[in-house]
Design a protein around this ligand. Structure first.
Ligand SMILES: Cc1cc2nc3c(=O)[nH]c(=O)nc-3n(C[C@H](O)[C@H](O)[C@H](O)COP(=O)(O)O)c2cc1C
Length: 390
């Protein structure tokens, strides 16, 4: 209990018992209507029991046009509230607060939208290797009109209000990885020449409008987080300078309480190492792969927003150093909790050995990609102790 990582803190009005967050992890158990299935056993419930300060749920779409497959969940209608309320109740029963991650698939939802006779929604129509397979065959189909952009902004705000109604304690806007907002930030996928494209101020205008709309609808005291991709693994993509500038602009507007730093688009959807879920993190040197970017965001936003570091964090002492040095205010992991839900309790009780997770992505390949509930299939083999006190 000696460590700064166990010190209480606050995101806006929400009290956290420590500095550990769980980053969003889609669970893949979704009904055809877009409801999530929060039945037993639910990994997020066990993580809550395991001592974490705040859990972020897997991303749910704010609008039907954002759905990229039948497996992606929706929060576009009040009818969806009960399923998410069950999820929030389960996490609360485990003893942790929970934040709702809001997203939209944009380009990546294109193929599914067309297959379902709907118009895809994306910043621009662009030709690029990876992107082509998602594109509409009809150029005119794709770029969102001004009216549609505003419809989506409202959808983010309305969905945030639904998340609050469902009992969630915070919301996080997904603006990293492949999300629509990452696509608006990227000069590769956003080649618009209106006020939503061009320089970085224009490319992050949607982010600012979305955050303002959410703030209007959830109120001043409700915690609002953004997971922002500040650089890309894509030729001609978002530069770190522009990503940091975007973080600064978004923080300056004052509608965001915390920024979770991640990467934006990647050039491949099969090579995990080009994505946020890098493999082979078997030494402390390979941990914290967004450390430099996070430090840069922290020094750019100053006190304008809290900063969350994530991405390959595995060692207690590294995370302690990060928070002690002021490189970030909070630290977050994802895969280590899937492997070892009780990891925070273990560390709190004095066993500070690093996370047992070997970053193999088995939870993705053998789990959610096959439509199975989120789990780690290697827990027994890795000899993971159970600190979740069931
Ligand atoms: C099974 C799984 C599902 C994920 N789903 C999401 C998601 O819905 N939204 C998101 O922003 N990131 C998602 N991620 C990425 C994580 O939030 C996190 O950024 C990434 O795993 C790096 O952190 P780690 O090294 O601690 O796992 C997912 C990761 C995994 C392993």
């Amino acid at each position: 209990m000696d460590s700064i990582l166990f010190k209480k803190t606050k995101i806006n009005n929400l009290e956290l018992k420590n500095r550990f967050l769980m980053s969003a992890a889609a669970s893949a158990k979704v009904t055809e209507d877009g409801d999530i299935i929060a039945d037993k056993p639910l990994i997020h419930y066990r993580v809550a029991r395991g001592g974490v300060g705040l859990i972020i749920n897997g991303a749910a779409n704010v609008h039907i046009s954002g759905r990229s497959s039948i497996k992606s969940s929706l929060i576009d209608d009040d009818e969806r509230i009960p399923s998410f309320r069950r999820f929030a109740d389960r996490v609360h029963a485990g003893g942790a607060p929970v934040s709702f991650q809001l997203t939209h698939g944009g380009l990546w939802a294109g193929a599914f939208q067309i297959a379902n006779d709907r118009r895809p929604f994306a910043p621009s129509y662009v030709i690029q290797d990876k992107l082509c397979k998602y594109m509409s065959p009809n150029r005119e189909d794709c770029p969102a009109t001004e009216e549609q952009v505003y419809e989506i902004i409202e959808a983010y705000g309305d969905s945030a209000a639904r998340a609050k109604k469902a009992g969630f304690d915070a919301v996080e806007v997904h603006a990293a990885h492949d999300s629509l907002l990452a696509q608006f930030l990227s000069p590769v996928t956003n080649i618009r020449q209106d006020k939503w494209g061009g320089n970085i101020e224009n490319r992050c205008r949607l982010h600012c409008e979305v955050m303002a709309n959410i703030r209007k609808k959830v109120g001043a005291g409700f915690p609002v987080i953004i997971k922002l991709g500040v650089c890309e693994d894509l030729k001609g993509g978002l530069t770190l300078d522009d990503g940091i500038k975007a973080a600064e602009i978004i923080a300056q507007k004052g509608d965001v309480d915390a920024i979770e730093v991640s990467q934006g688009l990647s050039s491949s959807d099969v090579d995990f190492n080009g994505m946020s879920i890098k493999t082979g993190i078997n030494s402390i040197k390979k941990e914290a792969y967004y450390r430099e970017w996070t430090k840069a965001v922290k020094s750019a936003v100053g006190g304008g927003a809290l900063v969350i570091m994530q991405g390959g964090l595995r060692s207690f002492e590294l995370m302690e150093e990060v928070v002690q040095n002021g490189e970030a205010d909070l630290v977050s992991m994802c895969r280590p909790y899937i492997c070892e839900p009780g990891i925070v309790n273990r560390w709190m009780e004095g066993d500070r050995e690093k996370a047992k997770c070997i970053s193999c992505n088995n939870c993705i390949i053998e789990g959610i990609m096959k439509g199975k509930p989120l789990e780690c299939g290697l827990r027994e083999k890795l000899g993971v102790p159970d600190y979740t006190k069931e």
